[in-house]
Design a binder for this molecule. Structure first.
Ligand SMILES: [Zn+2]
Length: 279
């Protein structure tokens, strides 16, 4: 696990074990806020130890940016902290998180110590502000990657935790393509100092607008390619042939996991674009 300090009071942890997933810690004069956890207990425990032993702080809140297991399975290790998320995150964790945790426990013995922890403070639509000591965390809904996705801005530092709304390749299989485009457009021109992606490297101030433009460009190229493939006499073969690099993203992103995510995007978008014709 890598640890980086992105501002005086903000640390980011990046997993070595699971596709560069990230978690954050915001230090305030009244305790710490953890933004997402890492996929395996071993790494989340190291974050907890860092906060308690090195920073000598207790964790007051854990923010769940969305229900996906790689971001939420460590919540249970911060006993005593209140958990914040979108109302849909709580619903999805109850419905789908429970199942995927049981699945994970059969596949990986180290997951047996994980219990499902649900957000106990939830919001729907709009913006939620969390004032803690000298910091203000502003949370708002950014559906697209998943319906419950939110981002979290540390206002004083202008650091945005974008979660999976910004990752090396946009991924909307559990969410919605059009919502994703809208959420990305809404992240433009905010003058962020740093943006922490849900997976992969931190984006610095001068690179943020370019990164959002690249992701929108990928989504547009992908849709044009899918629509063209659906008009082809053999649409399945044409869909299969849509290459990630033709849509402007490198295949080596996310330690080589990007082409697989791209392939699932192609299939999800194709089935969404076919639907109206089938009505
Ligand atoms: Zn996710």
């Amino acid at each position: 696990m890598q640890r980086e300090r992105v501002a005086d009071d903000i640390y980011v942890f990046t997993s070595d074990l699971y596709v560069q997933v990230t978690a954050g810690v915001v230090v305030t004069s009244e305790g710490a806020v953890v933004i997402d956890t890492l996929a395996y207990p071993e790494e989340t425990r190291l974050i907890k130890r860092f906060i308690e032993s090195r920073l000598r702080m207790s964790v007051r809140y854990v923010v769940n940016t969305h229900f996906h297991a790689d971001h939420t399975m460590g919540t249970c290790f911060f006993e005593g902290a209140r958990v914040i998320g979108h109302a849909l995150c709580r619903d999805l964790l109850e419905k789908r998180g429970r199942e995927s945790l049981e699945q994970a426990k059969t596949n990986a013995p180290e997951m047996r110590e994980v219990t499902l922890a649900l957000p106990d403070i939830v919001f729907e639509g709009g913006v939620m502000n969390l004032h803690l000591g000298n910091k203000t965390l502003q949370l708002w809904s950014t559906p697209g990657h998943s319906p419950d996705s939110i981002v979290c801005l540390v206002k004083e530092d202008r650091t945005l935790f974008a979660a999976d709304t910004l990752m090396p390749i946009p991924y909307f299989v559990d969410g919605n393509y059009d919502d994703f485009v809208e959420s990305l457009n809404r992240l433009r021109n905010h003058n962020f100092e740093n943006v922490v992606q849900g997976h992969g490297e931190i984006i610095l101030r001068g690179e943020v607008e370019e990164k959002i433009a690249e992701d929108l460009d990928y989504l547009l190229k992908l849709r044009a390619a899918v629509d063209a493939a659906l008009l082809d006499p053999s649409p399945d073969a044409a869909l299969e042939a849509i290459d990630i690099e033709q849509c402007g993203k490198s295949r080596i992103l996310l330690n080589g996991a990007a082409p697989q995510l791209h392939r699932r995007n192609v299939l999800a978008l194709a089935s969404a674009r076919r639907e109206p014709a089938q009505l």
